[in-house]
Design a protein around this ligand. Structure first.
Ligand SMILES: Cc1ncc(COP(=O)(O)O)c(C=O)c1O
Length: 420
């Protein structure tokens, strides 16, 4: 595609608006991999965020701030909803939310009738696990490395419905996809009905071969629930490509939406089998995914801002974003991985990770490491000290506004700490 053709596309037009046509024209012809290392381009993207000068923010994994254009649109939506008040809620609220859902479905590559907007991954996963038609003695499979509260949801279900949870432990640096698929296969028995798998393990950033796990589980008659909290908006895929039955994600992480936005995907033929958590007097149709989405009166402006976050994401371009995030992670991990006393908890194979990585230093407790990084080097990370998952280190999560010279500060800090 030449420059003129590209500027004619929605993403091209968006970028030229964001950066100015002259600036953008310089980048339009660059292949994604080259653009990933082009600091002029990424500093223009960085200028769209309001960054705190107090520290280098390497903890976007919890919540990644909205870009300024998204935040401004969100604030305008708050004002608008407040101004129109119940008139808005009784007139255009439902079609406006449906339009946001349609845009998300396009991004996810699924039908809008298989997707609903939730508050977060927690709600989406709970909707599936609590709504599943469990029988006493049924089994569920998951991993020690899954997110703690999601495991707790299964423990709760075990207490309430008498199901049995089987946990596998995913190796930190697997040799092949087969190794992981076999691990999950080994935990399945004739009583297994649901398998939960993280698309990306939150504490290490490891991407799991979800499609292969789903195919294996389906051959054994087991449903597959994917926890995609960190995947959606971080790297490129469509949900149907993964072959799962249920998919949950948060939009306030990598898509840069306001806090309190998520998605739940349920494959068409699985909707009827789930019990809604909340009753909804309009929902007589068991096959309508909206039966799972009764939220009462809800801060609709957060949902309305989703369209703006998608526009910003698409303006950068999903492939460009993924390539940049992987570039940033490799930039720092390739420098610290060979160092003595450094323990990398993220696979070396670049295809098994993207933005997130986790690093530990032998003899330094994760809490102390995170504290030293913050107090001495002004770097904000998150300590992970999880014996069950076998992960001891700090999680480092750069977003698109982070630049390599900030990662140089991290590399220098780890070098000094590991030397001592
Ligand atoms: C893997 C994983 N699952 C679920 C969640 C819960 O996400 P939320 O708090 O947005 O519901 C998180 C949060 O970090 C996570 O990392």
């Amino acid at each position: 595609m030449n420059k003129r053709e590209f500027l004619g596309t929605a993403a091209g037009a968006g970028l030229s608006l964001l950066l100015g046509e002259r600036v953008w024209a310089r980048f339009a012809a660059l292949p994604v991999e080259r653009l990933a290392a082009d600091e002029a381009f990424w500093s223009a993207i960085r200028s769209k965020y309001r960054l705190k000068p107090d520290y280098i923010n390497l903890e976007s994994g919890y919540y990644s701030m909205q870009a300024t254009p998204v935040l401004e649109a969100f604030i305008a939506k708050v004002r608008e909803v407040n101004y129109h008040a119940s008139y808005y809620l009784r007139t255009t609220q439902v079609p406006d939310k449906a339009a946001a859902r349609d845009k998300l479905a396009t991004l996810a590559g699924c039908s809008p009738s298989e997707l609903c907007i939730t508050r977060n991954t927690t709600e989406s996963i709970a909707t599936v696990v609590a709504g599943f038609d469990w029988r006493r003695g049924d089994e569920a499979v998951m991993a020690e490395q899954d997110y703690g509260h999601m495991l707790a949801q299964f423990r709760l279900t075990a207490r309430r419905h008498g199901i049995v949870n089987k946990l596998v432990s995913v190796p930190a640096d697997p040799k092949s996809d087969d190794e992981i698929v076999q691990l999950y296969a080994g935990a399945i028995s004739p009583r297994t009905r649901l398998l939960m798998v993280s698309h990306m393990i939150n504490v290490t950033g490891q991407i799991l071969p979800v499609r292969r796990i789903a195919d294996m589980a389906h051959e054994r008659g087991v449903d597959v629930l994917v926890d995609g909290a960190h995947a959606f908006g971080q790297f490129e895929y469509t949900i149907p490509q993964l072959g799962c039955d249920y998919y949950a994600a948060s939009l306030h992480k990598w898509l840069g939406c306001p806090l309190g936005t998520g998605i739940l995907y349920v494959r068409r033929d699985k909707i009827a089998g789930l019990w809604p958590i909340y009753g909804d007097h309009r929902m007589n149709d068991d096959t309508d995914i909206m039966k799972l989405n009764h939220t009462g009166t809800h801060p609709v402006h957060t949902d309305l801002a989703i369209a703006h976050a998608i526009a910003f994401h698409e303006t950068i371009g999903g492939q460009r974003k993924e390539a940049r995030l992987r570039y940033l992670q490799n930039y720092w991990t390739s420098k610290v991985r060979p160092l003595a006393n450094v323990v990398m908890n993220t696979p070396a194979d670049p295809a098994r990770s993207c933005a997130i990585a986790n690093v530990g230093v032998t003899g330094v407790a994760p809490d102390a490491l995170a504290r030293t990084l913050l107090e001495k080097y002004r770097i904000w990370t998150n300590a992970v000290d999880n014996a069950a998952a076998g992960v001891h280190g700090v999680r480092v999560t750069p977003h698109v506004f982070i630049v390599p010279k900030e990662l140089d500060v991290l590399v220098g800090a780890i070098r000094e700490i590991a030397r001592v």
